[in-house]
Ligand binder design. Structure first.
Ligand code: BGC
Length: 726
């Protein structure tokens, strides 16, 4: 439709019809007392399936006076039916083509299933492993990665928007700084300087907006005293005015109503006024808008222009998605049948998943395994289908292969035996965990009993190598799953202790959402594979890594703490006045654990061996609007071909505000043949040196900089250069 036609449509709408557009409901939760309401709402949450979506849309349109189509929005953060690794794991690939392919398949599958808007990417910066939602963050603890990944994902979802070909609108979330909740406790307070916000927390969202993301979702948390959902500085001054965002702002699930609990508004009407004043267009699930906006207009507390502005944005989005011409969008039963969960997508999933698996330890190069060795596959995750993230809401777990199934298929029964070993949790722990779960989850849980240690020992005794599949219970990680203890559950640690006594090599495969505290188990393990929550074809990808059919190349994007007491911990921290250098008492450190992380940002091993040398700059003087050419030699000093992520960090040695000890500024993922040596080239320019100063100006300051190049954020070779004034 042309813009004039949209404006005409807006003119024809009654106030009730307009307010309806500003509400998002779940189909089954339409309120009984106001049946007509359901035929006026603007959007639906998490209804999927081409047939289902078409039915809802056609029924709705038959009752809707002005025939304004519904928008279908859903959470497809790591795939629709073909489930990919969690976004945190995706980020560990450091491969934008991996991120793009996952976004592409996720978009196609879910668009065929009728999803118009995807609540993705999630780019909350995460530094605290206690927070259950770390696994959703595509950029992990790094703003530069968040920025790059956000762009790739948004571009991929929306790239065909202008030609109305298979596409989806992107809703970036959760605006803002939800990952910084105090003490890692879910939905908790965030209080930080605007400088800190702009420098670290905002780049991911900003990049999504600059890439044209059509929607923004507000976060549950308070920011500097005001909940994000009614925060004028955040939504109006920053998002709308400074960043010129003219798309649709939606609240998170009931986050508008929750402003009453926050103590910022006395009742629903009060919240509704504050939210519309801050520029919120759609309220998700709660009913402050529907119950109060009309009254607020009638009493002149808000203006009709405010309502019109919000509705116009929503209608414009529907128009951009082509829904006025074709209300069913790309929902297509035939394509759904052909494409969704297709063999091709699954094959891709295996390949893509391999690049997200991080090799954390490989003592004496015990990996890759030789298929002649007899293995015992043990542990509560060895034959478990629940290895997709908790936001894989449309997953069909029966279609997820387990490690046991893949081992059986690939090795036959001769060289391997399986034992569960123990349950995921002790019975009382599980009961405790289930107490807080919604009913549908509780009803679907298996019955729990304690494990059979004896049977396991027999199986393990026959093997040359033990592969131990352990991890966090999938209900222990995700929304509402903050933990003060981020170790592997005790029952699984006990199992490891028993196996350790057998004096056989043990390879752990970890299934978890967040970084875990591994100090209690690491010394008992010969190798550790961080598989995250790898999704439908995760088991096959793990098998390929274990047996060297694929060489691990992923690197951590979140630091693993020595101990939960270190959280929040992140590589790009500031120095203190007393850095931990000599270990003496009056330095900034802990007296019971080391200062540094257990596994650092950027860390991850390979079966190849990469050697860095000969770091050189073409000049040590950087002039404004000029560049330095940096070259470094990287050699694969092994007979195994593999990929390496070459990482470049910079430290501004003296600034008008303190600067981090290092910051990721560039990286390249390169493929190396056996013994191949390459000259890797980076360009350093002034843009890479900019930061927010005290007046929130984004500028580079002349002076000395240190440059670090290496295989992770700790093992680097270094150089210095000078940015000069003119
Ligand atoms: C989550 C969002 C999600 C929304 C809709 C909320 O609970 O915080 O990330 O998009 O639900 O499902």
């Amino acid at each position: 439709m042309k813009q004039e036609e949209i404006l005409e449509l807006l003119n024809k709408m009654t106030l009730d019809e307009k307010i309806g557009q500003m509400i998002q409901i779940k189909v089954n939760e339409a309120r009984n007392e106001n049946k007509d309401l359901i035929y006026n709402v603007g959007s639906i949450l998490n209804s999927v399936g081409a047939k289902n979506v078409k039915k809802i849309q056609s029924e709705y349109l038959s009752k809707n006076r002005l025939k304004i189509p519904l928008l279908f929005m859903a959470d497809i953060i790591n795939g629709y039916k073909t489930i990919f690794p969690s976004p945190l794991a995706q980020g560990c690939s450091w491969n934008i083509e991996v991120i793009r392919r996952i976004a592409e398949i996720s978009r196609n599958e879910s668009a065929f299933a009728g999803v118009n808007v995807n609540f993705s990417p999630m780019v909350d910066l995460v530094r605290d492993a206690r927070w259950g939602r770390c696994f959703e963050s595509v950029g992990g603890e790094d703003p530069f990665l968040a920025k790059i990944y956000a762009k790739i994902i948004v571009d991929e979802y929306q790239k065909k928007m202008n030609d109305n070909k298979l596409m989806q609108a992107s809703c970036v979330k959760h605006f803002a700084a939800y990952g910084a909740v105090e003490a890692g406790r879910e939905y908790n307070t965030v209080d930080m300087s605007k400088r800190e916000l702009m420098e670290y927390y905002m780049p991911g969202y900003k990049s999504a907006i600059d890439s044209g993301a059509q929607m923004v979702m507000t976060s549950f948390n308070i920011i500097n005293g005001i909940p994000a959902t009614v925060n004028n500085w955040l939504l109006k001054d920053t998002l709308r005015k400074k960043w010129k965002f003219d798309g649709v702002i939606i609240t998170d699930y009931t986050s508008m109503l929750e402003c009453i609990n926050h103590g910022i508004a006395k009742d629903e009407e009060d919240v509704a006024k504050k939210a519309i004043d801050a520029g919120v267009d759609i309220e998700m699930i709660s009913t402050c808008y529907i119950d109060s906006l009309k009254k607020l207009v009638k009493e002149n507390k808000i203006s009709m222009a405010q309502i019109d502005e919000a509705v116009l944005r929503i209608l414009n989005l529907k128009n951009k998605l082509g829904l006025f011409e074709n209300p069913y969008g790309f929902a297509d039963e035939n394509m759904e049948k052909k494409y969704v969960f297709s063999l091709k997508n699954l094959e891709q999933a295996t390949k893509l998943t391999e690049e997200t698996i991080v090799l954390l330890k490989n003592k004496n190069n015990i990996l890759p395994l030789n298929s002649n060795k007899r293995v015992a596959l043990i542990g509560p995750y060895a034959n478990n289908r629940a290895i997709s993230s908790s936001w894989s809401i449309f997953v069909e777990n029966e279609n997820t292969k387990t490690l046991k199934e893949i081992f059986e298929k690939k090795l036959g029964k001769k060289n391997f035996e399986y034992s569960e070993g123990c349950k995921l949790l002790k019975k009382q722990e599980l009961e405790q965990l289930l107490k807080v779960q919604p009913e549908e989850i509780r009803n679907n849980m298996e019955q729990y009993e304690d494990g059979d240690i004896q049977g396991v020992i027999e199986v393990a005794n026959k093997a040359d190598i033990i592969i131990l599949a352990i991890g966090e219970h999938y209900l222990q990680t995700g929304e509402g799953c903050s933990r003060s203890n981020i170790e592997i559950p005790k029952i699984q640690q006990n199992l490891l202790d028993e196996l350790y006594k057998l004096n056989k090599p043990i390879v752990a495969v970890l299934f978890n959402g967040r970084p875990l505290q591994l100090n209690n188990i690491e010394n008992k393990l010969d190798a550790i594979i961080e598989a995250w929550l790898p999704g439908t074809n995760g088991a096959e990808a793990i098998f390929n890594i274990l047996y060297g059919k694929s060489n691990p190349s992923a690197k951590l994007t979140m630091s693993f703490p020595q101990n939960v007491g270190q959280c929040p911990i992140y590589y790009n921290h500031y120095n203190t006045g007393r850095p931990d250098k000599t270990g003496s008492r009056y330095e900034s450190k802990y007296i019971d654990i080391p200062t540094e992380s257990f596994y650092s940002f950027g860390y991850g091993l390979s079966y190849s061996k990469f050697v860095y040398s000969n770091l050189r700059l073409d000049t040590n003087i950087l002039k404004r609007n000029s560049k330095i050419i940096l070259k470094v030699n990287v050699k694969n000093d092994s007979s195994i071909a593999g990929k390496e992520v070459i990482q470049l960090y910079i430290q501004d040695l003296v600034g008008s505000v303190v600067r981090p000890v290092k910051e990721l500024k560039a990286f390249k993922k390169e493929y190396f043949l056996p013994y191949e040596e390459k000259e890797i080239i980076f360009e350093i320019n002034e843009e890479m040196l900019k930061f927010y100063n005290e007046n929130l100006e984004y500028k580079a300051e002349p002076g000395m900089f240190k440059i670090f190049v290496g295989t992770n954020s700790v093992e680097t070779i270094n150089e210095v250069f000078n940015l000069i004034k003119e």
